[in-house]
Design a protein around this ligand. Structure first.
Ligand SMILES: [Zn+2]
Ligand SMILES: [Zn+2]
Ligand SMILES: [Zn+2]
Length: 145
């Protein structure tokens, strides 16, 4: 899949810079965990790829424009991104460490009812639902108190 994504960009005439390839790779290897711009920079640095903030934001905008990634809102106001190819799902946020993960609810009832709900005369095209709580790593800390 990641190879097809890169090939499709190349076919459209876009340059496959080293940083662009690394970023696409990072998104593919982080399937169910959305990534923020600062996290992306940290991951790039861990692989010895130096990227300044402007470059990272420019690449995120580019990949969003190309429909490869989407911005998600997990409810804490931070921008995070994930691969566009995810089907309908929700997100869960840790209130202590801000970790976010994708959660899928089989046959989400809300999504099934979108056509039949009448909400303020809107044509409803989708919904978002965020869960929050404490991740596995954070739970012990709060239980100790
Ligand atoms: Zn946590
Ligand atoms: Zn997600
Ligand atoms: Zn849903």
């Amino acid at each position: 899949m990641r190879q097809e994504t890169l090939a499709a960009l190349k076919d459209k005439g876009f340059r496959l810079t080293k940083i662009r390839k690394f970023i696409v790779e990072i998104f593919y290897s982080s399937e169910a965990v959305p990534i923020s711009a600062p996290e992306l920079r940290t991951r790039l640095l861990a692989q010895n790829v130096k990227a300044n903030k402007t470059t990272v934001y420019r690449e995120l905008d580019f990949l969003s424009d190309q429909g490869i990634i989407v911005e998600i809102n997990a409810g804490d106001g931070k921008k995070r991104y994930e691969l566009q190819r995810h089907g309908h799902h929700h997100h869960i946020l840790c209130l202590r460490c801000s970790a976010v993960e994708c959660v899928t609810i089989e046959n989400c009832a809300l999504e099934d009812q979108l056509n039949s709900v009448d909400l303020k005369n809107f044509k409803v095209t989708g919904h978002a639902l965020n869960f929050f709580g404490l991740c596995e790593g954070c739970r012990p800390y709060t239980e100790c108190r």
